[in-house]
Design a protein. Structure first.
Length: 94
């Protein structure tokens, strides 16, 4: 099951849809990582295919690609400024 490239891509698309529903960048890195992992497995790159540890290898590739994708999106899109509003006075104090 882990060596089926289309399962990884379908999971990535599902995570992408979930990212649209849930606010914030919670699932974006995982979605990109899953799609790229599916591409890596589909291309037959050694270490992710039919080996006995293929699930472990595929999960390691997925984890590394997800972190790299999240960091790349974070650096390209940046941190939004002004998300937290600082309140320094109470409206009831007059």
């Amino acid at each position: 099951m882990q060596s089926l490239w289309w399962v990884w891509i379908a999971a990535g698309l599902g995570l992408g849809i979930l990212e649209v529903i849930v606010p914030g960048f919670l699932f974006a890195g995982f979605a990109v990582g899953a799609v790229i992992t599916g591409g890596v497995i589909g291309l037959g790159i050694p270490g992710t295919g039919w080996m006995s540890e293929s699930l472990i290898n595929a999960l390691v590739v997925f984890a590394v690609l997800s972190v790299v994708a999240w960091l790349a999106m974070r650096s390209l899109l940046g941190v939004r400024q002004g998300q937290v509003k600082k309140i320094d006075r109470d409206i009831n104090e007059n």
